[in-house]
Write a protein that binds this ligand. Structure first.
Ligand SMILES: Nc1nc2c(ncn2[C@@H]2O[C@H](COP(=O)(O)OP(=O)(O)OP(=O)(O)O)[C@@H](O)[C@H]2O)c(=O)[nH]1
Ligand SMILES: [Mg+2]
Length: 195
């Protein structure tokens, strides 16, 4: 995917404060610290488009990036970290549920899963909730550099089995891996949106 332009539009607390130009959007979803903002920077080929931090809870708003003037990539706050500021922890549920259910231009989401933690109950809950609410989902494993090559296949198979998913895109921002695969998935889901 050739990126000809990236514009940061804004960060908002509520779904209906987002852009209203009708362009489709793809949002990155997952636990705090799983690597959503890092993956967005990697996809965009920009080091500092989205804020990245070692401390969970960095992203606190719904951030809209306009790509090639034709669609949005959206960076969301993460879920599931006890250390996250209490205000964010309490507001995450209502804020995200209404964004995911009400935002009319949301085409699909990427559900990011840390490759080392296939058995996180929160991730399975989120995956089931997305399925029940008919939200198209691209499953993306992050931080593939954290496990050895030898263990990788077994790990991928066990994640796929746990989530019952046919496809898992494997990424490592550190090793610059999986960029084209994610873009392929994003483009397919944006263009096959039907309702
Ligand atoms: N080794 C490794 N570290 C990564 C990778 N991707 C992200 N990280 C690190 O993981 C930490 C969290 O990354 P973020 O991108 O801020 O995570 P996030 O999901 O946006 O977190 P919140 O905004 O808190 O929800 C940072 O220290 C990143 O450098 C990766 O592919 N490999
Ligand atoms: Mg973030």
């Amino acid at each position: 995917m050739k990126i000809t332009s990236v514009e940061y539009i804004k960060g908002v607390p509520k779904w209906d404060d987002g852009p209203r130009d009708g362009l489709p959007e793809f949002a990155m979803l997952g636990r705090s610290n799983v690597g959503k903002s890092s993956l967005i920077n990697f996809l965009l080929g920009r080091k500092k488009a989205a804020y990245v931090s070692k401390t969970p809870g960095k992203t606190q708003l719904i951030h809209f990036f306009l790509i090639n003037r034709s669609f949005y990539l959206v960076d969301l706050p993460g879920y599931g970290y006890a250390q996250t500021a209490r205000t964010l922890r309490e507001s995450w549920g209502p804020m995200m549920t209404s964004y995911l259910l009400k935002r009319p231009t949301l085409s699909a989401v990427g559900l990011l899963i840390d490759i080392r933690r296939p058995d996180s109950p929160l991730d399975s809950e989120m995956s089931q909730w997305l399925y029940q609410n008919r939200i198209s989902t691209l499953f993306i494993a992050t931080k593939a550099d954290k496990i050895s090559r030898g263990k990788r296949k077994a790990q991928i198979d066990s994640i796929k089995a746990e989530f019952g998913m046919p496809e898992l895109v494997v990424t490592s921002v550190l090793k610059k891996e999986g960029r084209m695969d994610v873009w392929r998935g994003v483009k397919t889901l944006i263009s096959t949106r039907t309702d």
